[in-house]
Design a protein around this ligand. Structure first.
Ligand SMILES: Cc1cc2nc3c(=O)[nH]c(=O)nc-3n(C[C@H](O)[C@H](O)[C@H](O)COP(=O)(O)OP(=O)(O)OC[C@H]3O[C@@H](n4cnc5c(N)ncnc54)[C@H](O)[C@@H]3O)c2cc1C
Length: 489
């Protein structure tokens, strides 16, 4: 804490930060900006957001010898969209970002540097599918030869199309505007010849983008797949993005980075306003202190930046990108875990994974600890699709019953329950984004194009694995390198 802030005043200001955290802050902007008694500190670089991306930006600045920086985090913890919850026995379960897979080199390098291990997620056994109301078990869903052949053909065509895109620059793809006017649903209508194929894509878009094919821009889907290396790396469990888990839970990555950065990470400091201050300085106002800096890195989803008051206003395409992102018709996501004495489904030849195109639960995964000393089934669901699960109590009860449909009556005997409803998080507008037509071609270039002395990080700005933890890390490093180059210049 700055020693010019008296203890009494700190208590009052911290209360302001807490209120900002619970109220979503905008009402406090004017009062904080007008409060000329707020203490100002100057650093070379201010990083706003202590998720993986912001912390990685700090780590990279430090590696490059830039020592004068601070990371401002709105909430009272680091990690953003990664969050560990204790489940007893010294174990945690992740209720945010969790899996990593081959080709995610940024996160692989980082965890190696931090001395954090990874282990294979459990997929030994049959997967359960609930497609078009039919529950089946196996390596693939129960479908006729012609249905499987149709899906394979369409998946291959989509993959081939995405490979025509320059990685990370969808707006430069030939015919980008037209591809961004279409939805994935429009494209599927032109290419699929069974109802099974759109149903499987509905399952995929619910899981990957929290939305439906009829709403999602085709260009956005292609960009996302291209950034991951194609459709298979995204949808495969083994050999794809869901292959491995982080020892100790993914939030430890942020916690370790924050420990290394020490008192440069300030919690409870929501940036309310970012403004040009002097000819060559920026000012960042929080309810606790104000800061000035030569450069600012904003490390969060575009939709989260709409809560910050920028002065002067951001370039129109960047502002519209953020507001378009914030208005997306996404399915608000709950990630919940039911705890069991044992992973009982394994003895029945099941791997605990379930995927559905229209069931109340979108996805289930076996999230048991590596030593299988207890059983954990993690579920993804949206209360918009399942209003019967609108409150936590009915949700816990209803989930047991849903899981019993897939894994038998033993699923009713859960010994515990934890969840995170991301739609109520005051600082995150969610993770997986079903970008609607028009947004990407109108403002996509501004995803990572600096706005004056403001530089953009956050997984959404990544060229590779955007939307994933890996993308958050590479985007943080990229923004730090841009800032470093700009300071030298
Ligand atoms: C349920 C769920 C499941 C997921 N599953 C996976 C998975 O299995 N694998 C995978 O790779 N990825 C997964 N993800 C995505 C992954 O978690 C994110 O891509 C990644 O964590 C994003 O990191 P970030 O730093 O870019 O953004 P964030 O984590 O959102 O960090 C932004 C930070 O900025 C802070 N902030 C916001 N506003 C302000 C402000 N005004 N002032 C100061 N600070 C502010 C926020 O509190 C937050 O800490 C999942 C996400 C969710 C929610």
């Amino acid at each position: 804490m700055n020693d010019r802030v008296s203890r009494r005043r700190f208590v009052r200001l911290s209360g302001g930060a807490a209120a900002a955290a619970s109220l979503g802050a905008p009402g406090l902007v004017r009062a904080a900006v007008d409060d000329t008694r707020l203490v100002a500190r100057h650093v070379n670089v201010l990083i706003v957001g202590a998720g993986l991306s912001g912390l990685m930006a700090g780590r990279e600045l430090q590696r490059r010898g830039v020592d004068s920086f601070l990371v401002l985090e709105a909430s009272n913890r680091v990690g953003g969209r990664t969050l560990n919850m204790p489940i007893g026995g010294g174990h945690v379960v992740e209720v945010g970002g969790e899996w990593i897979g081959p080709g995610q080199d940024s996160i692989a390098t980082l965890i190696d540097e931090l001395g954090i291990g990874a282990f294979d997620a459990y997929y030994g056994g049959d997967t359960t599918y609930d497609i078009e109301g039919v529950i089946s078990r196996g390596l693939l869903p129960d479908a006729s030869f012609s249905e499987l052949a149709d899906f394979t053909k369409v998946a291959w065509q989509l993959d081939r199309l995405c490979k025509k895109m320059p990685v990370g620059e969808p707006w430069r793809m030939a015919g980008a505007a037209e591809l961004d006017r279409m939805t994935l649903g429009d494209w599927l209508r032109q290419h699929a010849s069974t109802s099974f194929t759109p149903s499987v894509f509905r399952l995929i878009t619910r899981a990957v983008w929290s939305g439906y094919p009829e709403r999602i821009s085709l260009l956005w889907v292609l960009h996302y797949l291209r950034a991951a290396g194609g459709l298979l790396p995204v949808i495969l469990n083994e050999g794809g993005a869901q292959e491995q888990r982080i020892v100790g839970g993914s939030q430890v990555i942020s916690e370790r980075m924050a420990t290394d950065l020490g008192d440069r990470v300030l919690l409870g400091r929501p940036a309310l306003r970012i403004e040009d201050h002097a000819p060559d300085r920026m000012r960042v106002v929080t309810p606790v202190e104000t800061f000035t800096a030569d450069r600012v890195i904003v490390a969060m989803a575009p939709s989260d930046t709409v809560r910050i008051d920028f002065a002067p206003a951001l370039p129109k395409p960047r502002a519209e990108l953020a507001s378009g992102w914030a208005r997306l018709p996404r399915l608000p996501l709950v990630k919940a875990a039911l705890l069991y004495k044992t992973p009982f489904w394994r003895a029945d030849g099941l791997n605990g994974a379930m995927q559905s195109d229209r069931g109340a639960v979108q996805l289930v995964f076996d999230n048991s600890p590596d030593d299988a000393s207890m059983g954990v089934l993690s579920c993804f669901l949206s209360v918009v699709e399942s209003p019967q699960f609108a409150d936590r109590t009915t949700r816990e009860e209803g989930l047991r019953e849903e899981l019993a449909r897939y894994f038998g009556p033993k699923a009713l005997d859960a010994t515990g329950y934890v969840e995170k409803d991301w739609s109520t998080d005051p600082w995150s507008t969610g993770c997986i984004t079903p970008l609607t037509p028009g947004i990407l071609t109108a403002g996509g270039e501004h995803l990572r194009k600096p706005s004056g002395r403001i530089f953009w990080a956050g997984t959404e700005s990544a060229k590779r694995w955007c939307g994933y933890m890996d993308g958050a890390i590479s985007a943080g490093a990229r923004a730090a390198n841009e800032v470093h180059a700009s300071l030298k210049a």
